[in-house]
Write a protein that binds this ligand. Sequence first.
Ligand code: AMP
Ligand code: GLY
Length: 422
Amino acid sequence: MKILVVGGGGREHAIIKKIKENPAVSAIYALPGNGGIARDAECVAIAATDIDGIVRFAVENAIDYAVVAPDDPLVLGCVDALEAEGIACFGPRADAAIIEGSKVFSKNLMKKYGIPTAAYETFDDLDKALAYIDTQDAPIVVKADGLALGKGVIIAQTREEARDAVLSMMRDGKFGKSGARVVIEEFLTGPEVSVLSFTDGETVVPMVSSMDHKRAGDNDTGLNTGGMGTIAPNPYYTPEIADQCMREIFLPTIRAMKAEDREFRGCLYFGLMLTPKGPRVIEYNCRFGDPETQVVLPLLESDLLTIMQAVTAGKLREAEVRFRDQCAACVIMASQGYPVAYEKGYEITIPEAVWPQVYVAGAKASDGRLLTSGGRVLGVTAVADTLGEAIDQAYAAVKTIHFDNAFYRSDIGARTLKAGER
Ligand code: AMP
Ligand code: GLY
């Protein structure tokens, strides 16, 4: 089987390594992939948002199955375009990817179907948004409606900050069309949990839970990033809470999408907050999380490609989805200065024995060398029987990898460990 994977980050590297385990796979193409992914797949210089280019490549190369991993091509209708050429895909069509593509859509969906989330209002009128802020107590959460490279959420500590956020989005066009509408919502507190799930629109099978570390610095200080590390399972996500989420959030969401005639097939990511009043949806993503995937898939015991094909065929109920009873930790190694400004082009050295644990996000190949080319450069994952061991082993592997100006958080998973959890 010839497989195509759209995307070129650490998440895609994790997906590709897992798909490669299936003996029926004869070739994997990554569009565009990256210098590290090139060890595991053939990388082709077609951008993940070049839908016409992707479809042309898939047709010309007689691709049997395509996995569309990032949000932008999904929202742009990459799956629809590939399916129109008869190519089987993993990932939602555009009409379902809107669950991530528009926060106004997803918030209204939750309200309509009684799915627990932060109280909110949506606005397409600047003056009304500003007037509403005057009636709210800080902190106030302001969210751009559309995709904004993970930067569209502002937690404003004062009304003044909330007003500035709304002005920058709605008046100054900070996120272009994505900020023309905004969601203003209640500030919630509690541990965050990421739950990625497989769903074929009828059945939903949650994967092992995980926890991201979004801030750049230790002890959750510094700027928000795409994610500086992950652990799985998430110790705060007990079996009781999992049952509650299935009843109150996961199944109602799948059914709501179906009722709206937007059946979701693919990986639906539930970003949850465990508040004192119960679990609440913070966000939906229409795809695997990054870097959650780098801890979740290494714990997957069943065959990923088989599960994906079952999702596509609407037969997820019959698929075996089993996770190891172990723990995983992933530490992201980034370029000093990320997420603002950073230098690129430094040589990366990775001992051969460590490569199976490495998921490359931002690196390019040049004359047989691997050079840094992004803010997040790579993720290093370890799997072990306890979370403590997984964390220690991930950091031990990190210390064997070198590139100039590297930085990473030194406390991934530390707080949950300290809390005396598993
Ligand atoms: P997002 O870009 O949607 O992933 O949101 C970024 C982060 O903002 C989330 O991971 C939360 O930590 C935080 N966040 C989003 N919405 C809320 C909320 N209503 N209350 C508190 N924190 C929030
Ligand atoms: N790690 C958060 C995300 O993938 O959106």
